[in-house]
Design a protein around this ligand. Structure first.
Ligand code: ADQ
Length: 466
């Protein structure tokens, strides 16, 4: 029977405990692998003095195989090319992008190392699904080693506009490696179109019926928005721990309305702009001011990278300034917390919030927007305020869509959400929830694997995944 092989930078253990894997992607992939078994390969998150290439194997609902990397690998591949070159560039932040040849060299070296390590674990009839920007050239490396299996790639972050991508010295090379796959998936049509624009205009690729052709290779392009496990999340919102965190939030709110933001501490999430938009609201609506507060949960990520240290300092300053200017003896406008919470507790917190403020400057998808909707009380749902620049905005058109750069738009949307009649809140929520449930994580996985399956000859029982 054909196995699903998932390859991504970080992996989560099959026991259910996360081994450092972050966020929604880990949850989504774990669900797929747990259901069907298979192999998940990636970096352990650990360092070693000398790379061995021999993966450590952990068996459970699926097989987890991980390798350690050398310190120089981590510096150039992970902290360098992934976090300081591709992440900012693909989020349109050319101003923060670092163009270092050593980073590009390290990135290619580590992808070669991953290919060497995983190659012996592969079977002829595997279907291989490679995830995200850390591993763009891995498919090409595997093909070079003789892999003929079906291979797909999914990008979890935006694809930048052509003019921005051309600032990357290795752009053409990187894009050509994507031709090694049978299917390449993006969250939205917009990211797909940007990719297509570059491939056609700069490389002379042809495109017909969803298939891109270049240099004698063809690859199917797919817009495939990731979802959440909506049913699980809805249930979780009613669990005892969620009810407890819901009550704690309601009690501590003392009758005030809560706005919630939940994000990794990352400059792409628009946290500074969010604080400024909320500040604008406080300035423009003094009569409403003490009726609400903002809870911003932002666990630090990538703390060794300087741009992340800078944003952390800047946010602390901004929260301090706003609280200093507006707080009263019985009220603080911003509660700013830097820790992670268990998912069921998060569900209770979402449910207690009258407004979900999800305002990234650029985001591949954004799962928090979907989680917020799934956690709401159907009889008295809160209002989602969502950035137009999140991939999620393509699906979630019944949210209050705003430009996150505009403090005024944000302030107006907060006001509109606070005043929104219950009937309208219910109507909008029902439409949003229908989408979150219809296009959930199972739908996403199936849409991608179906495309991967139909891309090549069917071996064995891969159909069991459908
Ligand atoms: P991220 O940038 O990590 O993901 P997002 O999609 O919002 O962004 O997922 C974050 C996840 O982390 C959510 O599931 C959220 O609940 C969780 N989380 C955040 N803060 C938390 C906290 N304090 N405690 C506990 N959990 C917390 C990348 C892309 C996104 C894309 C996903 C999946 O940047 O655009 O949606 O991958 O493809």
């Amino acid at each position: 029977m054909t196995r699903l092989v998932v390859i991504s930078n970080r992996v989560a253990a099959p026991t259910g405990s996360h081994s450092g894997a972050q966020g929604g992607l880990a949850v989504a992939l774990q669900a797929a692998l747990n259901e069907y078994g298979g192999l998940w390969f990636g970096w352990s998150g650990e360092e070693t003095e000398a790379f061995t290439g021999t993966p450590e194997i952990v068996e459970g609902g699926y097989t987890m195989a991980t390798v350690d990397l050398e310190p120089q690998d981590v510096e150039e591949y992970y902290e360098g090319y992934a976090n300081r070159t591709l992440w900012p560039l693909f989020h349109y932040r050319v101003d923060l992008t670092e163009y270092e040849r050593s980073f590009a060299g390290g990135y290619n070296r580590v992808n070669e190392r991953f290919a060497d390590s995983v190659f012996p674990l592969l079977r002829a009839d595997d279907a291989i699904w490679i995830q995200d920007y850390h591993m763009i050239p891995l498919g090409a490396e595997l093909r070079r080693r003789g892999c003929a299996q079906r291979m797909g790639f999914f990008l979890h972050i935006p694809w930048p506009p052509r003019r921005l991508l051309t600032t990357l010295p290795e752009a053409a090379e990187l894009v050509r490696t994507l031709l090694a796959y049978d299917v390449v998936g993006f969250h939205t049509q917009e990211w797909l179109d940007s990719f297509l624009d570059y491939a056609r205009e700069d490389l002379g690729a042809a495109f017909k019926d969803g298939v891109l052709s270049l240099d004698g290779r063809s690859v199917r392009l797919l817009a495939c928005p990731i979802g959440i496990d909506a049913a699980e999340f809805r249930e979780m919102a009613r669990s005892p721990r969620a009810r407890l965190s819901y009550r704690q939030m309601r009690d501590s709110a003392t009758g005030r309305d809560m706005i919630v933001g939940v994000d990794r501490l990352d400059y792409s999430k628009g946290l500074e702009e969010r604080f400024l938009g909320y500040e604008r609201f406080l300035m423009h609506h003094p009569e409403e001011r003490k009726e609400l507060f903002l809870l911003q949960i932002a666990p630090p990520s990538r703390a060794t990278v300087e741009t992340y240290q800078r944003i952390r300092t800047s946010l602390e300053g901004l929260a301090g300034r706003i609280n200093g200017a507006f707080a009263d003896i019985d009220w603080v406008p911003i509660r700013y917390v830097n820790q992670g919470y268990a998912r069921d507790m998060l569900a209770g917190i979402y449910r207690a919030a009258k407004i979900g403020l999800v305002t990234p400057l650029r985001d591949g998808m954004n799962l928090v927007a979907k989680e917020y909707v799934a956690a709401q009380d159907p009889e008295d749902p809160g209002v989602l305020i969502l950035s137009r620049f999140a991939g999620a905005a393509e699906q979630m058109t019944e949210a209050l869509l705003i430009n996150p750069h505009s403090a005024e738009e944000m302030s107006d949307a907060i006001y509109q959400a606070l005043r929104m009649p219950r009937d309208e809140r219910i109507d909008r929520w029902r439409a949003l929830m229908a989408g979150v449930e219809r296009e959930d994580v199972v739908w996403w996985r199936k849409r991608f694997t179906d495309a991967l399956l139909s891309a090549g000859p069917v071996h064995g029982g891969f159909n069991a995944m459908a």
